[in-house]
Design a protein around this ligand. Structure first.
Ligand SMILES: Nc1ncnc2c1ncn2[C@@H]1O[C@H](COP(=O)(O)OP(=O)(O)O)[C@@H](O)[C@H]1O
Ligand SMILES: [Mg+2]
Length: 329
């Protein structure tokens, strides 16, 4: 699957999950959603044969370079993220209070009240989307103001991005960039408004510039930018000085603490042997790179995967209910 070099360089910089991570996530997603691999490939808009080779973990054998899987990973991640965001979870999710959730929540409420901006820099699985969506729902329900969540796609053009923001806000969504900005101000300006941009590393300089206009002119929207480390890097560009001067705070997420992970495991699965807890937490620990330094963190996503796996294993171990019925009959 040839990719133009500049696109490849851009994708490389997006901090995508590794192949191992992404394959695991794609398999779990296909299973949960009942999708065949060809349906999942279709959903992501990629060639089904390339997808099959990739998900079997054989991509490297057929292609010279690991970076060739970037486009597959980016497409699959975008497709899964979108569906996880759009579809309500089948079973209600138990909320687990964590320090990073609380810290980002406080900043979101402050940004809403004061019309300020802040940044959330976190590798995959560090509760970004979860926190954004949950606190947005809390804001909307409490009538403290409006919270508009937008997921930025790879190379999202500013106009398409604003169209999506209007759609999310439930207001008319056609027109030029200026008209869309005016609509957002007009319809949302009567109350406090917070614009939450998830995966904001996908926005180019122009997209970020358009956003800044919402921050800089009345009615002064609050803005949250969340994404991978590439977002922080992008804001270091000299042309981003205006943005930097407006950021009140940057949250550098480090994942769950070991104590939080332990509490989540026991709340979800009941009492466990300490060595099983330690093993599960170790399995949920992954690596990311920030400022050229590698660090390890406990991924909330991987921990919840492990919980699902453990539940499935317990289900399998249990004798099926109908066998019992037959025995009684
Ligand atoms: N505090 C929490 N309580 C319950 N579930 C959580 C919590 N934080 C994260 N999750 C779950 O963990 C998974 C990964 O989190 P997510 O927000 O998607 O990570 P990110 O957006 O940083 O990649 C999601 O499925 C989410 O539902
Ligand atoms: Mg996310």
């Amino acid at each position: 699957m040839p990719i133009a070099l500049n696109k490849k360089t851009r994708l490389q910089a997006l901090g995508l999950p590794s192949d191992v991570e992404m394959i695991r996530r794609a398999r779990a997603f296909a299973l949960r959603a009942g999708l065949t691999y060809s349906e999942l490939a279709d959903l992501a808009g990629i060639n089904v044969n390339s997808f099959r080779v990739w998900i079997a973990g054989n991509y490297d054998r057929h292609h010279s370079c690991d970076s060739n899987t970037l486009i597959v990973r980016a497409a699959i991640k975008a497709a899964i993220d979108r569906h996880e965001i759009e579809s309500q979870p089948a079973a209600p999710v138990n909320h687990h209070p964590t320090a990073e959730y609380e810290a980002v929540r406080r900043s979101m409420l402050a940004a809403l009240r004061k019309g300020t901006a802040f940044l959330v820099d976190g590798p995959p699985g560090t509760q970004k989307t979860y926190t954004f969506r949950r606190v947005a729902a809390e804001i909307e329900a409490s009538r403290q103001g409006r919270a508009v969540y937008v997921y930025a796609r790879v190379d999202h053009a500013p106009q398409a991005f604003l169209t999506e923001a209007c759609t999310e806000a439930g207001i008319p969504n056609r027109g030029t960039i200026d008209q869309l900005l005016r609509k957002l101000r007009f319809f949302l300006g009567g109350q406090r408004a917070l614009l939450i941009v998830d995966e904001a590393q996908h926005l180019g300089l122009n997209g970020l510039e358009v956003l800044r206009q919402l921050l800089d002119t009345p009615p002064y929207f609050g803005v949250v930018l969340g994404g991978s480390h590439d977002l922080s890097m992008r804001l270091r560009d000299w042309r981003m000085e205006q943005w930097r001067s407006r950021l009140r705070r940057s949250h550098m997420l480090m994942g769950l603490s070991a104590a939080e992970a332990g509490r989540i495991l026991s709340a979800e699965l009941g009492a466990m042997h300490p060595s099983d807890v330690a093993q599960t937490v170790a399995d949920a620990t992954v690596e990311a790179v920030r400022n050229k330094k590698t660090f390890r963190y406990i991924s909330a996503r991987n921990l919840f995967f492990a919980i699902e796996d453990a539940r499935a294993a317990m289900e399998e171990a249990r004798p099926p209910a109908n066998e019992k019925v037959e025995a009684i009959a």
